[in-house]
Design a protein around this ligand. Structure first.
Ligand SMILES: Nc1ncnc2c1ncn2[C@@H]1O[C@H](COP(=O)(O)OP(=O)(O)OP(=O)(O)O)[C@@H](O)[C@H]1O
Ligand SMILES: [Mg+2]
Length: 271
């Protein structure tokens, strides 16, 4: 199936360059059966930015993240209203093939979940499925590139085939999962609390990595740590009971929140 969603040829677009959004979300509502989990959520995601979703537990952050790569498609009882556009194309256009669409996204979960296979195979898998490399040498170079981008190469280069992904430490496993997600050459990295189950030193490495990903892709990261949101994000979206209450540059939302609920959450009085 043709890929209708390839990024337009916009060289060197950066936040502030008036680059058009990668994703535009308009009045997005979602129901799990009778229960409404998202209420008319609207925002844009720009090229080369890190956007953090913050807010109390159960307020719809993960639900919103999963809408972006159509992860709810297979969940029974889910109803979605509203629009999501990627590069001006409606992502629910019948011409769009969901697996091809999802290739534009990497997904990183809270708990590192490498395959019980070699480090090399963990990274090679996605590239092989999508036919991104032709020869063994191409694949070797691709695997190395992804592991370097995930700041993991130096630590694993001597055990690519002899060690399994599951043999690594928790923090290394998470960076391996990021390398695996990079292997399909996504435009957008979706991360649901990627530092939620790793130690502080591993967290610092993953945060550095998130910021470096911004050089050529967009990142949406859910975090319960306000310190982390401040460190890594360009913009912050505050979710409250299914609504996106406010969204703006990190300094503005943290230092001059427009809503009393945002202020209460950020200052630790709620959540
Ligand atoms: N598969 C599901 N079926 C039914 N209800 C669900 C499902 N997934 C989430 N919900 C409900 O939708 C609401 C939003 O959940 P969601 O997981 O998006 O919140 P969240 O902001 O990510 O919370 P947390 O910070 O705890 O991860 C919650 O009330 C949750 O119970
Ligand atoms: Mg969640």
């Amino acid at each position: 199936m043709r890929d209708y969603l390839s990024s337009p040829q916009t060289p060197s677009t950066k936040l502030g360059d008036n680059a058009p959004p990668v994703l535009t979300v308009r009045d997005l509502s979602l129901w799990y059966g009778e229960k409404q989990a998202l209420k008319e959520v609207s925002f844009e995601l720009y090229p080369r930015e890190v956007m953090a979703f913050i807010g109390p537990s159960g307020c719809g952050k993960s639900t919103a993240l999963k809408c972006l790569n159509r992860m709810h498609d297979e969940t029974r009882g889910v109803r979605i209203e509203g629009q999501i556009y990627m590069h001006d194309r409606n992502i629910y256009d019948p011409e769009i093939d969901p697996p091809v669409y999802r290739r534009h996204f990497g997904w990183v979960a809270q708990k590192p979940n490498p395959f019980p296979k070699s480090i090399y195979e963990n990274v090679a898998y996605g590239a092989r499925i999508h036919g991104l490399t032709r020869t063994r040498a191409d694949m070797d170079a691709h695997v190395e590139r992804c592991l370097r981008r995930a700041h993991l190469w130096e630590e694993v280069k001597d055990g690519l085939h002899s060690k399994d992904g599951t043999d690594l430490s928790g923090g290394q496993q998470q960076r391996l999962c990021i390398a695996r997600a990079l292997a399909t050459e996504p435009d957008v990295m979706l991360m649901d609390e990627p530092t939620g189950s790793i130690d502080p030193i591993a967290t610092a490495k993953v945060e550095d990595l998130m910021m470096s990903l911004r050089e050529d892709l967009s990142v949406v990261v859910i975090t319960h740590s306000m310190m982390e949101a401040r460190r890594v994000a360009d913009r912050v979206a505050y979710f409250h009971m299914g609504e996106l209450l406010e969204c703006g540059p990190v300094g503005q939302v943290f230092d001059h929140p427009r809503h009393q609920q945002t202020r209460a959450f950020i200052s630790g009085r709620t959540g």
